[in-house]
Design a binder for this molecule. Structure first.
Ligand code: FUC
Length: 821
């Protein structure tokens, strides 16, 4: 068949019209878009205000919104320390010093793990350790489900933090709009239609266990419950749902509220527990009263104002920073999100997908971590489970830390408050653990963390002995200072740093071959060595990661003491000890040794790359300060390969970015964006990727990879680590054409500088540095560029085509312009 020309152009016009309609439905870099309701939570749209989390399925027949309250944990405060463990410390260390790791590990498993069931091997919901749990479901069951619906779409708008579903039924267009407000601490769902009187549904709150829902008025449902905690009273919780219809009628019917023929209807939900964030040994007030009071205090006469307050509070975080790439491929980027993932994996160009992933990570951080609440956990704030994988806890050997990697560089350091507070909360229980196991001063936390102050070793020798989990958390305190130069903050947290240093300084022992100081017993997170005699084990002394963390912690504590003008002797002691720590060593394969000896790896492609902690997040290894070690780090990564779990791939983006290899970093972004089916939510130790709703797949769903991926992208665009904290623009830009034009705004560098810049043809063309605290700015100034102050005076110029490091003094609040010479 032959078409004439006018017909073809009619068809293409039609195509364009459809495309622009779809483009209206989503912004390629700022929305998640679907053409079906979710039938799995890994297809649902996440909302959160750091306290209340929601996963919206968007079903026009019977909608499910999974609810979470950040502190809703089973279990409770419990003594998991073995009081006699310290008696076994020396015998275990002696075995290690003699090279009998097998005997050391066996003794450790018998006497040096946590008391009781520990985390219940990741299934501790009914143990004292507990599990993060869902608060239940909010259901919206429409009255008319017989006639079918058409024209369905649902979109998560990241800039507004609003989830919208649309559909048509019997010629009427329906819209469901949902958001969680940081400002008012509520979830709001608005149901509207294109004709009056069409909103008819019933709504209920359901939880499968330990809860009871009842109507407390014609328009309010109250769910209350109490979770298990071994033989003691567990956590109490409550959720309240209020229905505010306009027009029509409504009434309480059993445990549900039925609304008939309304024009518009709002649902408002809030939730609380009796967890006391300031002191987890005591209980906060009755959560049922708390939620009722919150609703009484809320003025619902002007719902538009509530929406505006939401947009303002969320936007206040989201709009601080931005990243754009100029190129788009609308043919792919206008498709539903799961199809974009699929096409991207097949090799289609979709430059906006990594940008979307970046924006989504920022969105998730704002939504799952707000000051005054617990940190983002293994699933952020989103869990439909009663037994979350690994209890949805705070793993301290990479996971919770990775959650916070994007915070400081995206000017969201205030959202790291929960992890700083959490760290401070570990000091008291960690002091007890330090005494019980090591007879040491200071405080320790190992691999596991929960809201109940768990600091004991884990219950398995093969993974539970890493004793630098707490020290790694302290890095976030120091990094917060590096980025913000906030001395008052440092003063507040100095005792936490000091205590972590005291512990490590106290427990180090001298190994016999080189007389280096080492930790013992410990693990290199979850990896297995093969000793020359063939023994495969995990219990070790002086794993490289511990040594790197110790150097970082001692250095940070000593510097802090100097800044604060205190503890001169202690800081001298730390500096002295630092010099005796086992150094990084390059092994026979050209890689960095993971253990004190150059032992073989039982799993050469193991997901943890702990011995590169010194490359990232810590910065004692870099291509410019330590080129040999940087080369060995590269060999390590090549030998490890690009596989692994979601978070492992995300970490590797950061590693390659720090090695200045944007192409390899982009290859890892591709790896991380490998589509994983929502149904693949079982436990796998490799394979990671991305679920249809862009949640990171370990599998199962684990949010750390989202945050690590976002942080990795920032590392590709801006770095400020290493000696002198030199600001480097585009340190690891991929060579792919699609990345050659773009912009960055509001990224933060160490030294308290905020940076904006634009690039074309892969070259920075202009930029702006805002100095927040004054001080000297070290900048790797791109070739043929200059820096001027606000008066137009040239402060630094680079006449050569190569980038070169310049420094200039800045004043707080002043801006410095980068332009081409
Ligand atoms: C660490 C990792 C696992 C998983 C768990 C929650 O132990 O080794 O892969 O992420 O945390």
């Amino acid at each position: 068949m032959k078409f004439n020309k006018p017909f073809i152009s009619f068809i293409s016009l039609l195509g364009m019209a459809m495309l622009s309609d779809m483009a209206f439905a989503q912004k390629a870099d700022l929305s998640l878009y679907f053409e079906q309701p979710a039938d799995h939570y890994l297809e649902a749209l996440p909302l959160g205000n750091g306290h209340i989390g929601a996963l919206v399925f968007g079903d026009p027949n019977d909608d499910r919104i999974v609810l979470n309250e950040k502190s809703l944990w089973s279990g409770g405060v419990h003594d998991s320390d073995r009081e006699d463990a310290r008696l076994y410390l020396k015998p275990i260390q002696d075995f290690l010093l003699e090279g009998d790791n097998k005997a050391a590990q066996e003794l450790l498993q018998k006497h040096f793990i946590s008391r009781g069931r520990g985390s219940g091997h990741g299934n501790g919901a009914k143990d004292p350790y507990g599990s993060y749990q869902t608060a239940g479901d909010l259901r919206i069951t429409w009255t008319d489900t017989l006639s079918s619906y058409t024209d369905y779409s649902r979109t998560l708008h990241l800039e507004e933090a609003v989830a919208i579903s649309r559909w048509k039924r019997n010629g009427v267009e329906f819209v469901q709009e949902a958001f969680t407000s940081i400002a008012d601490d509520i979830l709001v769902v608005k149901l509207s239609a294109s004709q009056q009187g069409k909103i008819s549904f019933s709504t209920s709150l359901a939880r499968l266990e330990n809860a009871h829902t009842r109507g407390i008025s014609q328009d309010e449902l109250l769910m209350t419950g109490q979770l298990p905690n071994a033989d003691q009273p567990g956590m109490k919780f409550a959720a309240i749902l209020k229905v505010i219809p306009e027009g029509g009628s409504h009434k309480l019917e059993g445990h549900a509220i039925k609304v008939e023929n309304a024009d518009v209807c709002y649902l408002i939900l809030t939730a609380a527990t009796d967890y006391n964030i300031d002191d987890f040994h005591t209980r906060a007030g009755d959560p049922a009263e708390a939620v009722k009071e919150r609703l009484v205090a809320l003025d619902t006469t002007d719902m538009e104002q509530i929406k505006q307050r939401h947009l303002d509070s969320f936007g206040g975080y989201f709009n601080r920073s931005g990243f754009t790439l100029a190129h788009d491929n609308k043919k792919v980027s206008a498709l539903p999100t799961p199809e974009r993932l699929k096409k991207f994996a097949e090799g289609a160009s979709d430059p906006q997908l990594p940008v979307l992933y970046f924006n989504f990570g920022k969105y998730l951080l704002i939504s799952s971590s707000q000051p005054g609440y617990l940190p983002a956990n293994l699933q952020g704030i989103w869990a439909p489970e009663y037994q979350a994988p690994w209890n949805g806890d705070y793993h301290l050997n990479i996971n919770v830390q990775m959650n916070y990697w994007p915070a400081e560089p995206l000017q969201l350091g205030d959202l790291a408050e929960p992890v700083h507070r959490f760290t401070a909360g570990l000091v008291a229980p960690g002091q007890k653990t330090a005494k019980a196991y090591y007879d040491a001063s200071g405080w320790v936390a190992h691999v596991l963390g929960n809201p109940w102050g768990f600091t004991s070793p884990g219950e398995g020798a093969s993974w539970g002995s890493t004793l630098t989990g707490g020290a790694w958390l302290v890095e976030h305190i120091w990094e917060h200072f590096r980025f913000n130069r906030d001395t008052a903050f440092l003063d507040t947290y100095y005792p936490v740093m000091r205590g972590a240093s005291e512990f490590l300084a106290d427990i180090l022992i001298e190994e016999p071959e080189n007389n280096w100081l080492v930790t013992a017993p410990s693990n290199s997170p979850e990896n297995t060595y093969i000793m020359p005699d063939g023994f495969r084990g995990q219990t070790a002394m002086g794993p490289t990661m511990d040594m790197q963390i110790a150097r970082e912690l001692f250095g940070a504590t000593a510097k802090t003491a100097e800044i604060l003008g205190k503890d001169g002797d202690f800081s001298a002691r730390l500096k002295n000890i630092s010099r005796q720590l086992a150094p990084n060593r390059i092994g026979k394969k050209g890689d960095i040794n993971e253990w004190l000896h150059d032992w073989e790896d039982a799993e050469p492609e193991h997901r943890h790359v702990s011995h590169l902690y010194g490359l990232h997040p810590y910065d004692e290894i870099s291509p410019w300060d330590t080129p040999d070690l940087a080369e060995a780090a590269k060999q390590t990564l090549l030998q490890r390969g690009d596989g692994g779990t979601g978070w492992s791939k995300a970490w590797k983006i950061n590693f390659w970015a720090r090695l200045g290899d944007g192409d390899h970093a982009l290859a890892l972004i591709k790896q991380l964006l490998t589509p994983v089916s929502a149904k693949n939510d079982g436990m796998h130790m490799s394979g990671g990727g991305t679920y249809p709703n862009l949640f990171c797949a370990h599998p199962p769903f684990q949010i750390d990879g989202n945050f690590g991926g976002t942080a990795g992208i920032t590392e590709m665009l801006l770095q400020s680590h290493g000696k002198d904290e030199v600001i480097r623009l585009l340190p690891a830009l991929p060579s792919l054409p699609a990345w050659q034009e773009g912009s960055v705004s509001g990224f933060q560098a160490r030294g308290a500088f905020v940076i904006d810049f634009e690039w074309e043809e892969g070259e920075v063309r202009k930029g702006l540095i805002t100095s927040m605290k004054g001080g000297t700015c070290y900048l790797l100034l791109p070739g043929r560029m200059q820096v001027k102050d606000e008066k137009g005076e040239i402060l630094a110029a680079n006449d050569s085509p190569q980038a070169s490091i310049v420094l200039f003094d800045t004043r707080a609040g002043q801006q410095y312009v980068l332009s081409v010479n």
